[in-house]
Design a protein around this ligand. Sequence first.
Ligand SMILES: [Zn+2]
Length: 417
Amino acid sequence: MKLKLLLFVSIILVSCKSSQEFTGFSYDPPGVTNTTGKEITPQKRRTIGAGEPKVWLTNEFESARAVDFYQVNETTYEVLIEPENYPINNSPWFAFKIWADEPIPIQLRLAYKQGRHRYVPKVYRQMGSMSATHIINNAVYDTTNGSTTFGLYLETEPQTISAHFLDNSRYSELLHESRNFTQSFIEVDTVGFSNQNRAIIEYTVDETKVDEAGVLVLLSRQHPPEFSGFLTYREFFNTLIGDSDLATEFRKHFVVKAYPMLNPDGVVNGHWRHNAKGVDLNRDWQNFNQPETRSVQYALTPILNDPSKRVYYGIDFHSTNENIFYPINSEIVTTPDNLTQRWFEIVNAELPELNFVSEEFDTSSPISKNWLFHTFGADALTFEVNDELPIDQIQKLGVHSANSLMRLLLEEWKAAN
Ligand SMILES: [Zn+2]
């Protein structure tokens, strides 16, 4: 029996290797739930020159990732992208700046260790006070080694090549945002510090004037490259704090606790997935070995002893290769019960072009959603947004889904209280 299974598994592996692209987007490497600290290889920050005229590449900026750079032949240059440690899920984040001593066309190859190409490259150029962006849609993927190659016209001014446009998504920008809210009902706190001493930021939205308020928990950026999930979170949050009648009514009954960036070290250091201790934070919600997850645990657990508040719903925003809800299995009784399933129907009906799908899971894995359920009995969702969802659709998704959830939560809360 064992042998048969082994044979079956190896046939699948062989057949994937020969012809198909890597598709293990939700793949968990072995040992991922052992969340004690591991060794990582810190990226050497440097500027490297190669070829004639000299072509320059640098990773000396926030969120950069490029481990090495060299010339392959007369026209082709290669950037080596490696993760912080491995085994690791295939989320090969890259970001670097590149330029040349004289303008020249080159072929640029992104080569990966411990992974295969996944994210469509984006280009950002600053020209004086103007900036321009474009997406490289004609990169050629090499199925044999997982690399990708595209043409690039280099100039003497640096261009930033990255897996997603960096704007508004870095840790420094979150710190800036956190200092600039004008609403009196938003409180910004530091609830703990990451391994490398960066603030774990909490936003509390509270204008409730009721005896008992529901609490909506929002989490994001446990996984650094998951920009579309993070940007959806931000649109979602901005809708909750907006001045619509719905949001105003919602905030009479619900407190929002938001943790926009749970893995600041990973974001700053351009990690593929892990924190500075080489750990997938979204597998640490049972053991709480890492300070990032512990910060949220310590911030939220006291609500259990606060008769004026009840954690009622939670959303953890992520990105993958499709728009997908991962709800708690409908047979498991949560309070409210199966709210996610009802919300999913509304999101799908309002935004059919986004082709949202839903895949239910039991509550055994050590992820944030399950911790919210096991601790508070609340329903919760892992909200996955397509890696490459365009920004106008992200905005629409964030606004629509926030409005429909506020309506649903209000209905449910008022019926039960
Ligand atoms: Zn994720």
